[in-house]
Design a protein around this ligand. Sequence first.
Ligand code: ATP
Length: 253
Amino acid sequence: EDAEVVLRARGLSKRFGGITAARNIDLELRRGTITALVGPNGAGKTTAFNLLTGTVVPDTGSVLLNGVELVGTRPDLVVRAGLVRTFQDVRLLGRLTCLENVMLAVPDQDGERIGRLLRPGVARADREVAARALEWLDFVGLADRAETPADALSYGQSKLVSLARALATRADVLLLDEPASGVDAAWVDTMLQMVAAVRAEGRTICLVEHNLDVVRELADHACFMELGEITASGTVAELTGSARLADAYFGAQ
Ligand code: ATP
């Protein structure tokens, strides 16, 4: 039997001037599964993440997370509701340590995070938060870098820290923007194992990925986007086996 739908987007559209970056996007993410968004550059994959997480407000459409409408909700409250994303360009705070970067995402009992951002020095004092952040750094294999400034990390390591930061929010649904791209070869397998381990915990993942080997290895479902639209979806085998998509995209790999 199919797993329960955790996130259901319907009819999401967004125009930027003359460009339709997203057109009538429908997306369902099922608990404990990995869905890949694939398609050529400029197809609208990052825009789809922006619309789902409130970074960009859609012109039309709905995003239900466990039945709760997210459209119109501030991005930080979207995280608190249980949906978190990473960015293609990572976006750690370079002068803070790895541990401090992850601590910023650990929710207090009342779910508050922002206060720690505004009070420098407080972060280090909060032992319980630090202990939890260290557990997430350990999960991605980087506990030994806890005191390293984020801007001293390799690109692959910084992507792993950004994954630890996303996990630390405890959000149930993770949107990962190209988690393996640009990651040093030595770290790609670690990253793939981490993502699979997160699925095994019962969290739900949607990822943008250009590397089709990664998609084949990780994803349960895939959606193919072109010109702002999802034009095909199905199992990864169905999509990569499609003659039309092979011509349009997969054949070019
Ligand atoms: P890539 O794989 O290169 O990251 P993508 O599939 O993520 O591409 P988007 O970045 O979502 O594609 O872009 C979709 C289209 O929307 C592009 O034509 C892009 O130029 C346009 N676009 C996205 N954001 C904006 C914005 N804030 N203002 C204007 N145009 C935008």
